[in-house]
Design a protein around this ligand. Structure first.
Ligand code: ADP
Ligand code: 5GP
Length: 189
């Protein structure tokens, strides 16, 4: 059976990665979303095992020590990482897998899976990014400012990605990512 393809989606907090991934999953039932593990506290409405596996530092470090993470990073004082086992199983089943992770993680994944496809989601402007983070209502003023400061360094990495998609109009951005995924799948066939 043909192996699935691995897609990595990154972009600054508030760019719309989660929103785009949700739409992609609704539209294509061969796609699987890798649920990351994090030590950050859940936001209102986030579900353990669906949005993230919410764990404490000890649990995170235990899995890391067992080589159970494909990649990991520390972002704004919390650990985030990609559990390895499920991804390997899905790829072997022929599923396409999306990882929604930051650039540190993306470049680690590219080391282990050089054939993976890296897609960067770019906000239309910093002003719009700030409005989206504010509109999401998930951050305090302080954590919002920290996320915005991180955003500049993240955007500077976009040229190392295979594709950059500007998320101005949501439908257009979803269609563009979908098109990229389709053409990358066909490339190997
Ligand atoms: P990320 O996962 O990159 O941190 P989210 O998907 O949580 O970002 O999106 C941040 C906020 O911006 C959410 O409130 C979402 O509804 C909104 N949003 C996402 N895409 C768009 C868009 N194209 N136009 C306007 N608002 C958007
Ligand atoms: P958030 O707290 O907004 O959910 O995520 C913060 C940042 O961590 C985002 O850039 C997000 O893409 C990234 N992230 C989420 N999961 C992972 C992961 O498993 N690994 C890495 N390296 N980054 C992640």
């Amino acid at each position: 059976m043909t192996q699935g393809k691995l897609f990595v989606i990154s972009g600054p907090s508030g760019a719309g990665k989660g929103t785009i991934c949700k739409r992609l999953l609704e539209e294509d039932n061969n796609i699987r979303f890798s649920v990351s593990m994090t030590t950050r506290a859940p936001r209102e409405g986030e579900v353990d095992g669906k949005d993230y596996f919410f764990v404490d530092k000890e649990e995170f470090e235990a899995l890391l020590g067992d080589n159970g993470l494909l990649e990991h990073n520390c972002y704004l004082d919390n650990y985030y990482g990609t559990p390895r086992r499920q991804i390997v199983a899905w790829l072997e089943e022929g599923r396409d897998v999306i990882l929604e992770i930051d650039y540190h993680g993306a470049f680690q994944v590219r080391e282990s899976y050089p054939e993976c496809v890296l897609i960067f989601i770019m906000p239309p402007s910093i002003e719009e990014l700030e409005e989206r983070i504010t509109g999401r209502g998930s951050e305090t003023e302080e954590t919002k400012q920290r996320r915005l400061r991180e955003a500049m360094g993240e955007i500077a990495q976009a040229d190392k990605y295979d594709y950059t998609v500007v998320n101005d109009n949501l439908d257009t951005a979803v269609a563009r990512v979908s098109e990229i995924m389709e053409s990358e799948r066909n490339r190997e066939e």
